[in-house]
Design a protein around this ligand. Structure first.
Ligand code: PAP
Length: 352
């Protein structure tokens, strides 16, 4: 059962109800209500949490924040960062990833901690140190303390075509469970217009891209396609950035490859914990009204195909031309490019 956004909206207090009336409103192609707020489309289900975390979240210099747009590889990046950062805090054979979904191990600031609580106590909220969080907010809307402290941000993006298909497939899979996605034609149109969760897509990506160019020691900008192409060198880069580089000894022992393997799509998809049950977001909490404000997603929905270029099985030639044009237009002179196909045979190559 997935609770809908209406449950949350009903519990908003009057002041907040009045405030949101001033924001433009639309519906995402996933069927979710969105508010246009600070230049991005914020899911109504999380708007109050976003405003609360912007007001109250206090970053520590030692914090690590994983930032993504939905469907760009969040689950994978959570697994990789968790396993790399905390590798000396548990025995290798006891990696918690073997028994917990990555979303249980690395919680969202917006979708979990502030979902039910305007000012949660986050001093010792994570099992391991340093604190590791994740967030979907655009760079410009991050809590000020994240931007101004020395905490580090790892950003992962993915080419817009695969992101759209992953997004649309995910919510199509959840049809009838609180989500009513529109046809791919409709989804494509809205995605191009930038009307989707935390979109516009290109604003999100460009915001982090520019920030990473200005502050390379604070923001590591990664692309899903690059990780798929060469996970070992990107894991080393990630470890270095996090301040926990792999030692020569670790490299000799094959620790890097071991982490890559445990976090691989093939391994994670087949773990019992990811094959059954639901992932609960929003930190379950009984309110005095007796309502539990959470939402649940079947865990297996986080693992679909994980292919680069899967969009070529869905998008029509005219859709491809339009998105290619948009990529060119939006990223012109930015120095940022997307790989639409893969060089490795595991994925879809442009000649297939
Ligand atoms: P979320 O926003 O719901 O958390 P997110 O994890 O960001 O989703 O992205 C899901 C995509 O990552 C899926 O892509 P697909 O729809 O094209 O298949 C999912 O299959 C893929 N994915 C999940 N786990 C991994 C992994 N370990 N390695 C590579 N890709 C993965």
């Amino acid at each position: 059962m997935v609770s809908t956004s209406h449950d949350v909206e009903e519990s908003w207090d009057d002041e907040f109800q009045q405030l949101v009336q001033t924001f433009p409103k639309d519906k995402s192609f996933t069927g979710m209500n969105l508010y246009f707020f600070q230049g991005f489309w914020c899911p109504s289900i999380v708007l109050k949490a976003v405003i609360s975390c912007q007001k109250h979240f206090q970053a520590f210099d030692s914090d690590i924040i994983i930032a993504t747009l939905p469907k760009c590889g969040t689950t994978w990046l959570k697994a990789l960062t968790f396993s790399t950062l905390y590798r000396n805090q548990f025995a290798r054979e006891n990696n918690p990833l073997l028994t917990y979904n990555p979303h249980s191990l690395v919680r969202f600031i917006d979708y979990d901690f502030y979902f039910n609580d305007t000012c949660p106590d986050l001093e010792n909220c994570t099992l391991y140190q340093p604190r590791l969080f994740s967030i979907h907010l655009p760079y410009a809307s991050l809590p000020t303390s994240i931007k101004n402290s020395n905490c580090k941000i790892v950003y992962l993006c993915r080419n817009p075509m695969d992101t759209l298909i992953s997004f649309w497939s995910f919510f199509s899979r959840l049809r009838g469970e609180g989500f009513e996605p529109v046809s791919l034609d409709g989804a494509f149109e809205m995605f191009c217009q930038g009307i989707n969760e935390f979109g516009p897509f290109f604003d999100h990506v460009s915001g982090y891209w520019r920030a990473s160019q200005e502050k390379s020691s604070k923001i590591l900008f990664l692309q899903y396609e690059d990780l798929k192409e060469d996970i070992t060198s990107h894991l080393k880069k990630l470890a270095m950035f996090l301040g926990v580089p792999f030692t020569e000894e670790e490299e000799k022992q094959g620790v890097v490859e071991e982490i890559a393997k445990i976090c691989s799509f093939e391994n994670m998809k087949d773990l019992e914990v990811n094959k059954k049950g639901v992932q609960t977001f929003g930190y379950p909490q009984e309110t005095f009204l007796g309502k539990i404000k959470t939402y649940e997603i079947p865990r297996e929905a986080f693992f679909r195909k994980a292919k680069v270029g899967d969009w070529s099985n869905y998008l029509t030639p005219s859709m491809v031309v339009r998105l290619e044009k948009l990529i060119q237009e939006k990223l012109e002179n930015s120095g940022l490019t997307f790989k639409l196909f893969s060089k490795t045979s595991n994925d879809i190559t442009s000649t297939e």
